[in-house]
Each structure stands twice: as structure tokens, then as C-alpha cells.
Design a protein around this ligand. Structure first.
Ligand code: ADP
Ligand code: NA
Length: 344
């Protein structure tokens, strides 16, 4: 089969939680393992996207470095994959502007990510214009920049969560509009394929009706990659479950218990139904003890690696610099073709 160009990105949000790790980042490592030698892999820390929300500059700088260290700690190999900061490659914003000039406003307005921002800003009875004035234009343009991230490398496969599927469809639309508007001898952009990563949705430990999230004010609701064994233990012990006897996997009826089973299965690389069966006649105490143990075992190595790598600032700078150089080498070719077609 033809070689693939696989691209994914993550915002620099500091230390990831178990949901980020199991739901997104661990898939990158699996992809890296399963890719063919001729497949190209690009993993990007998307600092420009982070600017759509208010950021403290010192915290953003730290978060960018921490995310790079995290990705190395969990096993992204900078010799195999192009690991880079999005904001180190100006071609992303350059292409983003070009795409914005062919992007239909109506399509952008229909993005559910935008609509939910707007809904959150909405005052009852006010005009859309008033609501929109509370939001920055970067939030509106977010999916166009994301399309540029993908297209600037002519990526063919984009593994992201299902909340991002609509953005990949927009990316295909923009690629297609560009290809039809600026016809050359052949279409310039391949239409990228959305790769649904078999992601596990990890729920909040304190409110298992919502997902584990960095934005929850309750720090007990999430396990961070850097949590110690005793922090993991106390968070799992305090996890909200139910008072039903025995253990069964029933995400609808028993979300808290099922979430613990999902975590246990993911951390031990086993099937959740099988795991549930093994705990059928056990109590929550036993389950929690084993979940805490499995999480600790699962996070031990990446945590140790992270603690070591985050201090190696010279190495981190070197990885970032080399990643940027390699990324730019690829995108430079695309940008030359794009500009030629545009008459620039
Ligand atoms: P958060 O919800 O904590 O703000 P982000 O929105 O920054 O996390 O998501 C970063 C990545 O992690 C995305 O690919 C997202 O799908 C994934 N992710 C976030 N939370 C979870 C979760 N609880 N379970 C599984 N995957 C998650
Ligand atoms: Na989020």
C-alpha cells in the first residue's frame, strides 16, 4: 500500500491526566510501533491553538516544555517521528491564512466546537452579534488552523478523538475547494482520512457522568501522569462508585464502577468484559486496591522518565530544534507549490 503521512497534535496543557494518556497519547505510541518504515509520522504540540484561550505566558512556556518531555517520556521517539512545536514552523499560520480566504463562513459557523462556545457565551435574548463579540476570532478560526496543520504536510491520516471528526471533514472540504479552485496538472492536496482511534473515554473519579478533564476544579477527579503512588491510591480510594453488591460492567447503570473497570483493563492491556468477570463476586474495596496498583504500575515508568527528561533542558531544546527543522523541510515543499498555484 502507499506510504502514509500520519499527523496528530495536542495542546500544551501541562501535565496530561490519565484520560489524555489513555484516550489520545498512548495511541500515538501504538501508531509509532505499528507504522511501516515508509510511513511518515508527525506529532505536534499546538501552541498557536492554545492562544485561543487566555494563557499566562510563563505557564504556557512551562506547559510547552512539559508536553514535549511527556511525549518523550511515554515513548515518542524523535528519531522515528517528527516531534515538534507547531509555533516553531511559520508555514502553519501562512497556510492557515490562505485557507481562510477560501473557507466558507457558513461552514465555520456550523462547527459544533464553535457553536458550543457561542452557546456558553449566550445571554438570553441577546443578538448573535453580541454573543460573538464576547469571543475572539481565533476560536472561530481554530479549525482552519487545524486544517493547515494537516495539509501543510499533505497528511493522509489524522488520528484524533471523535470530537475532532468534524474538523477533519472541514479539512477535506478545504483541501477539495483548494484543489478545484487552483487546478494544476493534478490535485495539490490529498484528502486526509480521519482515523478513529479506539479511544477509551475515561470518566471523572468524582462525577462519573462527565469525562475526566483538566478543567474540573476538583483535582481529586483526575489522576495526573506525575501523581505519586500514594496520590493515586487516595484518589482511587475516594472514587465515586455505587452501593450495588458485586462488580459488573454497566456503563449506563454503574458509571463509576464501570469507569474503574475501564481504567483497570486499559492499564493492564486486557479486555474490560473479561476483567469485569474476574471481579464479579468481589467488592469495591478489592477492585479499587487493584485499580490503584495497576495505575501505579502503568504510570511508574513514564513518570520516572518524565522526572528525568524534564530537567534535561539542553536535550529538550535540541529535540525541539531538530523537530522544527525536519517539519519545515516537509512543509516548505508544500508551501512552494501552494504559492506557485496562487500566483504568489
Ligand atoms: P481536557 O478535556 O482535559 O481539557 P483536552 O480537551 O485537551 O482534554 O483533550 C486532549 C486529548 O485528550 C484529546 O484527544 C481528547 O480526546 C483526549 N481526552 C481528554 N479527556 C479525555 C478522557 N477523559 N478520556 C479519554 N480521552 C480524553
Ligand atoms: Na477540553
Amino acid at each position: 500500500r502507499p506510504s502514509r503521512v500520519i499527523l496528530s497534535g495536542i495542546q500544551p496543557t501541562g501535565i496530561p491526566h490519565l484520560g489524555n494518556y489513555l484516550g489520545a497519547l498512548s495511541n500515538w505510541v501504538k501508531l509509532q510501533k505499528s507504522a511501516q518504515p515508509e510511513d511518515k509520522l508527525l506529532f505536534s504540540i499546538v501552541g498557536w491553538h492554545a492562544l485561543t484561550l487566555p494563557q499566562d505566558p510563563a505557564a504556557l512556556l512551562a506547559a510547552r516544555n512539559d508536553m514535549l518531555a511527556v511525549l518523550l517520556a511515554i515513548g515518542i521517539d524523535p528519531n522515528r517521528s517528527i516531534l515538534f512545536h507547531q509555533d516553531h514552523n511559520p508555514h502553519h499560520t501562512e497556510l492557515s491564512w490562505i485557507l481562510s480566504c477560501i473557507a466558507p463562513m457558513g461552514k465555520l459557523r456550523r462547527m459544533t466546537t464553535w457553536k458550543s462556545r457561542l452557546a456558553a457565551a449566550r445571554n438570553s435574548g441577546s443578538e448573535d452579534e453580541v454573543d460573538e463579540s464576547m469571543l475572539n476570532a481565533g476560536l472561530f478560526m481554530y479549525p482552519v488552523l487545524q486544517a493547515a496543520d494537516v495539509l501543510v504536510y499533505k497528511a493522509t491520516h489524522v488520528p484524533v478523538g471523535d470530537d475532532q471528526q468534524q474538523h477533519i471533514e472541514l479539512t477535506r472540504d478545504l483541501a477539495d475547494i483548494f484543489n478545484r479552485t487552483y487546478k494544476g496538472t493534478s490535485p495539490l492536496f490529498p484528502l486526509p482520512t480521519y482515523v478513529n482511534t479506539p479511544s477509551k473515554r475515561i470518566l471523572s473519579l468524582k462525577d462519573p457522568t462527565s469525562k475526566m478533564s483538566k478543567s474540573s476544579p476538583d483535582v481529586q477527579s483526575r489522576i495526573l501522569l506525575t501523581d505519586t503512588a500514594s496520590q493515586i491510591q487516595s484518589k482511587i480510594r475516594a472514587a465515586v462508585t455505587d452501593s450495588i453488591q458485586g462488580i459488573t460492567y454497566d456503563p449506563e447503570g454503574r458509571p463509576g464502577t464501570s469507569n474503574l473497570l475501564t481504567i483497570l483493563a486499559a492499564c493492564t492491556d486486557s479486555d474490560v468484559i473479561q476483567v469485569a468477570k474476574a471481579y464479579e463476586s468481589q467488592g469495591h474495596g478489592t477492585l479499587k486496591r487493584d485499580v490503584a496498583e495497576a495505575v501505579e504500575e502503568f504510570l511508574k515508568k513514564p513518570r520516572a522518565q518524565f522526572d528525568r527528561i524534564r530537567l534535561e533542558t539542553t536535550y529538550l531544546d535540541e529535540v525541539a530544534r531538530r523537530g522544527a527543522t525536519r517539519a519545515i523541510e516537509h512543509s516548505k515543499v508544500t508551501m512552494m507549490e501552494v504559492k506557485t498555484r496562487l500566483g504568489l
